[in-house]
Design a protein around this ligand. Sequence first.
Ligand code: ADP
Length: 430
Amino acid sequence: MTKPSFFILEFRRLAVAVGLAFAVWLITQDWKIALMLGVAGLAVSWGWQLARLYRWFSQPDDLPPIGGSGVRGILHDVYVLRSRGPAASAQRQRPQPYLKDSLASMRDAALIINSDTRLVWCNDAAEYLLGIRFEEEEGKPLSDVVPGKQLKRYVKKEIFQKPLRVKPGPDPEFCLQFEFSRFGADDRLVFVKDVTEQDKLERMRRDFVGNVSHELRTPLTVIKGYIETLQSLADVADKTLHKSLSSMDTQVIRMERLIEDLLWLSRIESVEGERKDDEIHVVDALVDIRDGLAAAWPERDIELDIRCEHRILGSAIELRSAISNLVVNALKYSDETVTIRWIDSVVGPSLSVEDAGEGIEGKHIPRLTERFYRVEKSRSQETGGTGLGLAIVKHVAVSHDAKLFVDSEVGKGSVFRLVFPIDRIVSPSL
Ligand code: ADP
């Protein structure tokens, strides 16, 4: 049934008022009194309706006053809207049914947690993968549902760019990957994947590279020893033999460097997910690195530009190797002064290594951190490069939640910048 319009309902009230005025005129034959009484009747009727409306607004749980006028229509609509309000907001509190429906039918495990990280909902796949029953876990903090400090810390930090891998045990191989995304007002949608096989394969690859590199060390040391012996025994006049032995020696040194870098890279990778909490005195470390490299490259200028005193949390040994790689590259690929800068920025402390050397063409920049990627292979070999230096820098950056930026212009030079997140700063100033 359609609702009568506001005007039809009000017309009735008007008709009653006109009827009243007409009756008074019939009795009194005075049209002024009749008009006044008609208007007064209309005003009293509206006033009474408004008084009821006012009363109802102050007692929202009551039913609306039902009067016989257009106000009634308005009251009805307001009543419907008011009663829909709490229901609608309750609906918003709960995950949207359509989202739940689509997630419920997924094969991937999905959970919804609220702003307190408490479990609001999960699908069957999540129950199966995590070995839980939703009825028993509903409302519990996620860190109780999936125990482990790593997940607790990750959720608390609220930085969800990188997925998190967790081994919840007791099976030491069983590995889960959590990916968080925000949705709704304050809820989080969490996808969980079983990455045990992937994790195993990655570990096998790392172990293989590590083991092969390690195994190559001994024969290489033996070969190096023989070369030295042959060099000392060879006839001084035999220039060809000396040249061959010297070339063999250079290649063995290259292989040694390569093995050292491969071993170091596999070590960094194997501890990538681990928390690194050494308090690093960056300024002291930079002075040390500069002094060490200045001694190895006495003909070169290495400048330090220290504009902040921040100490950061991380792995001192990894950071040292990343900075050394950047400075050695700057020394190798330029002839002028190399500058190491440590400054504060709005996004976090920034460590840059700058040179005014040959620079790098833009098209190479996105690939520089790939293993064995070189802009010019012969140039890299000439300078004794292994092609692994920037891959090491990149891994160290990732394990310190830092970002690596490269700005370079051919013929003008390069800037390699590591920007650390603010939450790695130990204290703002010494
Ligand atoms: P490499 O051992 O060959 O130096 P890296 O991984 O350290 O390997 O660097 C990869 C490549 O990036 C280098 O071969 C070089 O072409 C380029 N590169 C790195 N640093 C610089 C720099 N400061 N200036 C110019 N090119 C650079």
